[in-house]
Design a protein. Structure first.
Length: 151
């Protein structure tokens, strides 16, 4: 199972337990939003929480959803996923945030979805072109490039 399915499955359980309408739909939306680094996970908490605020007459379900989804996104997004993805991509977190910002400004939401794949592609190309290898080293998290990962 892909690590991208973790947050939507947990979100579905939280939303279903609270009784939020369209829990499966929100889980699917959270799945797609999690492809946008950093910002997507925040939106995946805010949107269902706002629906909860509108759907229920009390604020308690809103707090359950906000705290439950927020803590789930924090744990998975900041502790679990970086451990797995950081090893495989070997990109600096700073570079990923810069890429997200740049491509988000250039292409908007589609640019945010494509920011990490574009940055990985650029880093791989730079690592295999000797004149550009220094750029790949700057983009990497640990100073090793894609051509030297197994060494």
């Amino acid at each position: 199972m892909s690590s991208r399915w973790g947050p939507p499955l947990v979100a579905y359980v939280i939303l279903k337990l609270v009784g939020v309408d369209f829990a499966a739909t929100w889980a699917l939306i959270i799945f797609f939003l999690n492809y946008i680094p950093n910002i997507g996970s925040v939106l995946g908490v805010v949107f269902p929480a706002l629906l909860t605020l509108v759907q229920f007459e009390t604020i308690t379900p809103f707090l359950y959803v906000l705290i439950g989804l927020g803590s789930m996104q924090f744990v998975i997004g900041n502790l679990i996923e970086p451990a797995f993805i950081g090893r495989s991509l070997n990109l600096s977190s700073f570079v990923i945030i810069l890429s997200l910002t740049f491509w988000g400004v250039v292409w908007g939401l589609p640019g945010m979805f494509l920011s990490v794949p574009l940055m990985v592609t650029f880093a791989i190309i730079c690592s295999y072109v000797p004149a550009l290898n220094w750029i790949a080293v700057l983009l990497s998290a640990d100073g090793r490039t894609f051509g030297t990962q197994d060494q």
